[in-house]
Design a binder for this molecule. Structure first.
Ligand code: ARG
Ligand code: ZN
Length: 857
């Protein structure tokens, strides 16, 4: 059944305090939950209480101390008749964590026990009103064999411990009322890196990062990131931590990145463990970002949570914005902005233009897990970022202060957030609210005329129809812009224009000559800009725009414009040559600009992704896009060989460190090897093998191997083998080994992936491993879109095989197939077939069923 946002009603009961007793065992855990329930004066009077369950069996139920017969099962839910206003329920369930392959609720991972309750996993532990607007204080007792589970952790503070023979127990109390999705428990043989943080009011907080024995020396970066997050949230948002203890636990079997459980964050090992030998620069950045993200949830998510799951972007959009701003402050802000936009355009724009399009605050769903999307997260962050841009930093902070003060302790709505920003920051967001209700990426038409000494900017907007939303209203779009004087290369200052009609016109006086327009600077609005711009202007901006994002954008536009035209086949030889020469010239100016750091230079030299290019076309031919993109790469590699060579030589001399200069050097090195692979494969193989062999860090080594994996060369086999032998005991690095082969440009990737599927280290039980092989494959256009449809068949096979084991992870492989309407006819039919084959399978999970039916439309 579909759940609809408009059907929200408050829960008729309150559960202010609950107590849970766990007798822990890997195969059998007994759960005794004691719930104080009383009528909610704000709810509709109800003769019964509905307690959600999912795949659990009731052992016993007592109401006010006696067996309760007046109950029934309604599907998975337990419905208990209650007459008075106040009762105590005691619910006993028994679960088998070792059989829990869905990794929701309480499950076993490598001999330890851990939980994942967001969004609806708590109901797999005990019967409970498993919805985010029911807030309770939790007291938890857990007991189990000391040898197997020497460490017992839960939310809040540990209040007592004891021993009984081979068994021991711990009692935990969390003073902060919370919804069930923030509950967490961990029991296992773990060791901690410990540290402390003194908050702005002078409270000392104990910090622990818990990992398996042997992983301790890879936790330093995680701990440092945590301390930086805590400090940053105090300084930038005025938010202080509110318990005396903050625990983080790393687990290797995890469906997502990490989880913000109160006082006990649980992380995918991928976002904790790092050292230079085994983690790339990207991994280091990912850890800092995710640690920040989960920590920031303590206020944006936990102290103020969501009223219902339609409000998910209230906590996720805001928290993503917070982690983006944090990472920008910790490193290179412009590069971080470019990375964020790349994710948005590479993942979220396709969502917005496909069958799964939904607003950042959806109106209906069948399975909420399917709505943990780039739209809710990343577009959600962009929407709040626009409010910040329009208000200015200081006024925006007044808005967030008001939000935190007004809604602390509540389960709030997106509307509550917007109202707080509106009042606190002094904005009128009446029309702006449309960003919450309308799906689709606005297309903004831009034209600049010049007449006399006046430059006239004409803007139009069009929000395309999306499933269930055929007609759209115009939205307020804040665009930062600058008008450059062609002769001096300068402008008179950046302006912000906000337009909220179908079209608008702005005039700028005092321009004797037509200026060069730089628009949507810093990517101030998550829209796609459609403008008629001459290549000459893009070359100009690529060389000298003072907004790094706009400069990057000019480079991207230059390449995108050429590639889209080349793919559509309407470029003559002369035009082709002229465009390629311009791109090469722009790239040369980027290489030779001494004012640039290499991290930024690497961004400016990167080609638009195949996914982004496909998105620019109504109907894409993946084969042709791939061919043209590789051809441009080869052309640039050949034209700029001397410049590329000199740049590599310079970068190679930079010694390893984790500072920006050395990171930048590593980034351009691998980029240059990749260009060489297109223009001169044999030389590239030598260079890659050389880089691989002398690497003293994972970034260089993995980068070299990525390129080698795509080449037909003897060096390929040897280095792949070497890499595996070196790191076979490190699961996260073995993931990289699977991934880079599935992502390679080698013509036989399809066969490689089939062989890797049979590798003894491959398993469907570990989401990281599954994603390493198959997400990399599904995102590899040349392989996934193999013209005979083999890639589609493989992904469909995977979905069907994985669905009964881990539905949440299986469903995440549907969207790549859902793109069928936007792909040329031959492949489109094969993608459609693959989807229909999945749809026809019996016993599909709700997760996969929803994604497949929506994708078929
Ligand atoms: N709240 C977590 C985060 O963004 C993600 C949890 C996702 N859980 C899920 N079942 N989809 O930090
Ligand atoms: Zn989050």
């Amino acid at each position: 059944p579909e759940i609809r946002r408009e059907d929200y009603t408050p829960f008729p009961w309150l559960l202010p305090a609950i107590r849970i007793d766990f007798e822990l065992g890997l195969e059998k855990t007994r759960v005794v939950a004691t719930l104080d329930v009383r009528r909610n004066p704000a709810g509709e009077p109800s003769p019964a209480i509905r307690l959600n369950g999912d795949g659990i069996e009731l052992v016993s139920l007592k109401c006010d101390g006696t067996d309760c017969a007046d109950r029934m099962m309604d599907g998975d839910d337990l419905v208990v008749t209650l007459e008075g206003d106040k009762h105590t329920l005691e619910i006993v369930t028994e679960i088998d964590p070792s059989a829990n392959s869905q990794l929701m609720g309480l499950y076993a991972s490598n001999g330890m026990l851990c939980t994942q309750c967001e969004a609806e996993g708590f109901r797999r532990i005990t019967f409970f009103p498993d919805r985010p607007d029911v807030l309770s204080t939790y007291t938890v007792r857990m007991s189990g064999p000391k040898a197997q589970f020497p460490v017992l952790l839960c939310n809040g503070n540990r209040t007592d411990t004891g021993e009984e023979g081979d068994s021991h127990w711990a009692e935990w109390h969390d003073p902060w009322p919370k919804p069930s999705y923030l509950f967490a428990l961990v029991a296992g043989d773990l060791v901690a890196r410990s540290d402390s943080f003194t908050t702005m009011s002078g409270r000392k907080v104990e910090l622990n990062v818990w990992v398996r024995d042997g992983d301790l020396d890879r936790t330093e970066h995680a701990m440092e990131s945590l301390k930086r997050s805590m400090k940053w949230d105090e300084e930038v948002f005025g938010r202080e931590y509110d318990l005396d203890l903050f625990n983080i636990v790393a687990v290797s079997d995890f469906n997502m990145g990490a989880m913000e459980n109160k006082g006990l964050n649980i992380f995918n090992t991928k976002y904790i463990l790092a050292d230079p030998e085994t983690a790339t620069d990207g991994d280091y950045d990912g850890i800092e970002g995710v640690i920040g993200h989960e920590y920031f949830h303590n206020w944006s998510g936990n102290r103020i949570t969501c009223r219902d799951w339609f409000q998910l972007s209230l906590k996720e959009g805001f928290t993503v914005l917070r982690d983006q701003l944090f990472s920008a402050d910790m490193g290179s802000a412009p590069v971080k902005r470019i990375e964020d936009v790349r994710v948005l355009r590479g993942v979220q724009f396709p969502e917005d233009s496909g069958p799964l399009a939904h607003p950042i605050r959806p109106d209906s769903y069948r399975e909420i897990s399917n709505f943990y999307t780039a739209t809710v997260y990343n577009k959600g962050a962009e929407v709040i970022r626009m409010m910040r841009t329009m208000a200015g930093e200081e006024a925006f902070r007044k808005g967030t202060d008001l939000y935190f003060e007004r809604h602390d302790g509540e389960a709030a709505t997106c509307e509550d957030f917007v109202t707080s920003i509106e009042e606190g920051a002094g904005l009128d967001l009446t029309r702006f609210r449309r960003w919450y209700s309308q799906a689709g990426t606005p297309k903004v038409g831009v034209a600049l005329d010049h007449d006399g000494d006046v430059a006239r900017l004409r803007l139009t907007q069009n929000v395309p129809p999306t499933p269930g939303q055929p007609d759209k209203q115009p939205m307020p779009i804040p665009l930062k812009l600058a008008l450059f004087d062609r002769a001096t290369g300068t402008h008179r200052g950046e302006e912000l224009v906000v337009f909220d009609e179908d079209s608008a016109e702005f005039t700028f006086e005092g321009f004797a000559e037509k200026p060069v327009l730089s628009i949507n600077r810093t990517f101030s609005a998550p829209v796609s800009i459609e403008r008629d711009v001459v290549r000459e202007d893009l070359v100009f901006l690529a060389a000298r725009d003072d907004d790094p994002f706009a400069r990057y954008e000019a480079m991207q536009d230059l390449m995108t414009g050429y590639l889209v035209a080349a793919v559509s086949g309407d470029l003559g030889d002369n035009e082709r040559e002229a465009a390629r020469a311009d791109i090469a010239q722009a790239m040369q100016s980027v290489i030779e600009d001494d004012a640039l750091d290499d991290l930024m230079r690497g961004e400016l030299m990167s080609m638009p992704s195949q996914a982004y290019l496909a998105e620019q076309m109504l109907i894409a031919d993946p084969g042709r896009i791939h061919a043209e993109r590789e051809a441009l790469k080869a052309d640039l590699g050949a034209r700029l060989a001397p410049q590329f060579h000199a740049l590599y030589d310079r970068a190679e001399k930079v010694a390893f460190s984790l500072d920006a200069e050395a990171k930048g050097a590593r980034k351009v090195k691998t980029l240059l090897v990749a260009y060489a692979a297109a223009s001169d494969p044999q030389k590239a193989a030598e260079l890659a093998a050389y880089q691989y062999d002398r690497a003293d860090n994972m970034t260089d080594r993995q980068g070299a191997l990525m390129v080698l994996a795509g080449l037909d060369s003897v060096a390929r086999t040897g280095r792949l083998l070497d890499f595996y032998e070196r790191y076979r005991d490190n699961a996260l690095v073995v993931d990289k080994w699977f991934s880079l082969q599935a992502a390679s440009l080698h013509p036989q990737v399809v066969d490689h992936v089939k062989a890797l599927r049979e590798h003894p280290d491959f398993t469907l039980r570990n989401p990281n491993r599954v994603r390493a092989l198959y997400m990399a494959f599904a995102a590899n256009p040349a392989a996934f879109h193999a013209a005979d449809g083999e890639g589609y068949r493989m992904v469909a096979d995977l979905i069907l095989e994985l669905d009964p084991i881990n539905a949440q992870t299986a469903a995440r492989f549907v969207p790549p197939l859902g793109r069928w309407r936007r792909i040329e006819a031959g492949r489109s039919a094969l993608m459609h077939q693959a989807l229909e084959r999945i749809a026809a399978a019996p016993n599909l999970s709700r997760d996969t069923f929803e994604q497949v039916t929506r994708s078929l439309g």
